[in-house]
Design a protein around this ligand. Structure first.
Ligand SMILES: Cc1ncc(COP(=O)(O)O)c(C=O)c1O
Length: 400
């Protein structure tokens, strides 16, 4: 490590051992490619391309005019925002949340997921996570001193983790089990029977069931995801995380919420009161407006992603790729024949198409790259043309 001064104060070893967050490195590479004059088609980060709705922006602006909202927020969240969440949740999933203790606004769901590990994991505790994984699903536990049991997602199981394959000694030491379907990066989805089994296991072994439900509203065809809280008994063990980043195109505002078992939600709240001040109240008012945009708005967003998927799948197959058709989320997970890093770097430098190397999501992601459907169809078409040329030039790279 290059030292900036004579002082030598080492960061925590847990942080020193942590590899850099790959998306930061990718940003640099994208900038270099663009600086050389290549047009970059960015299908890397899952950051939605559509603008935040005008009505939501107005609610944010109006919200910030209020003197009270210019001060520190209410730690536990704006009651009107929590009530609106409860109303939406009951309408969508048929589940009544406890608006006082069972809902907590977050500075984005990643923040809450990370902090939940800090709240519960002690030295030696285990978190079980599907792998490949969204990085915070592993890293927060490692930073808290715990161990992670990676449940492999295999193509022969449609990238769904086999809950029966988790060894009993792992279940006995586990404190948190993570589910996150529709899944990032694979696009895998599960049914209610799967959720029921996870609840049964978590109840039997006293494990917190953390459902990261970032893509609850982005689903395709006849598949519609269920909340873990719809499952009988889940309220005893589960906490579910939702985000406004994806469906409402609000990734920049940083807004999400946790809901479920009041004791678990309140433990997260207790940790957060020690570290942050909660969510800006103007942003929570924008969140109320977002939820009130209604089903028509959400359906329009969902159908846009479905149109992108329907455009992309046949073209990727024509090129020669063999991806699984996702039933939800906003990603296509593509097997490649060389190292995922090499494939992604070469594709970017030679063509300007940015995708994420699968190894970013853990060792089982090696041999895959992830495309995020975060551009409109014309840009996807251009990306496909560029990828077709790349694959013609390097046929070995993708014949799997
Ligand atoms: C599975 C999953 N969870 C959480 C997040 C982060 O959401 P937020 O913007 O609310 O922090 C993402 C973002 O890509 C994600 O893919």
């Amino acid at each position: 490590m290059k030292l900036r001064s004579d002082y030598r104060v080492l960061p925590s070893l847990r942080l020193v051992d942590m590899p850099p967050y790959a998306f930061g490195q990718l940003d640099e590479l994208k900038m270099n490619v663009a600086a050389e004059g290549t047009e970059v088609v960015d299908l890397s980060l899952g950051s939605p391309d559509r603008p935040t709705d005008e009505r939501v922006l107005k609610a944010l602006y109006d919200g910030m005019q209020k003197r009270r909202n210019q001060q520190y927020p209410i730690f536990s969240g704006l009651p009107a925002f929590k009530d609106t969440i409860c109303e939406w949740f009951e309408g969508r999933f048929g589940v009544k949340l406890d608006p006082k203790e069972g809902v907590l606004p977050l500075i984005g769901s990643k923040e809450g997921i990370g902090h939940l590990a800090f709240a519960y994991i002690q030295e030696g505790d285990i978190t079980i996570t599907p792998s490949p994984y969204y990085p915070v699903h592993k890293r927060a536990t490692v930073l808290s001193g715990g161990h992670v049991y990676e449940l492999p997602l295999k193509p022969e199981n449609n990238f769904v983790g086999d809950l029966d394959a988790i060894p009993e000694d792992v279940l006995l030491r586990a404190k948190i089990m993570i589910l996150s379907y529709p899944h990032n990066p694979t696009g895998a989805c599960v049914n209610k029977a799967y959720l029921k089994k996870a609840v049964e296991i978590c109840k039997k072994y006293s494990i917190i069931l953390l459902n990261d439900f970032a893509y609850s509203e982005i689903w395709f065809d006849d598949y519609k995801p269920s909340s873990i809280l719809e499952i009988e008994g889940a309220m005893d063990v589960a906490i579910e995380f939702h985000t406004f980043s994806k469906t409402y195109n609000m990734a920049g505002m940083r807004l999400g919420f946790a809901c479920g078992n009041p004791e678990i939600v309140q433990t997260l709240y207790k940790l957060k009161t020690n570290l942050d001040y909660g969510v800006c109240m103007g942003i929570q008012e924008a969140g109320i407006q977002a939820l009130n945009l209604g089903n028509e708005y959400r359906e329009q967003i969902r159908l846009e992603y479905q149109a992108r998927r329907d455009f992309l799948m046949p073209r990727l197959k024509e090129i020669g790729f063999k991806p699984m058709t996702p039933k939800g989320a906003m990603y296509v997970w593509i097997p490649v024949n060389i190292s995922s890093l090499e494939f992604a770097n070469n594709l970017l430098t030679e063509t300007g198409v940015a995708v994420v190397p699968g190894v970013t999501f853990g060792a089982p992601g090696e041999g895959y790259v992830r495309i995020a459907m975060v551009q409109g169809i014309p840009a996807l078409e251009l990306a496909c043309e560029k990828m077709a040329k790349f694959c013609e030039k390097h046929p070995f790279a993708f014949q799997v």
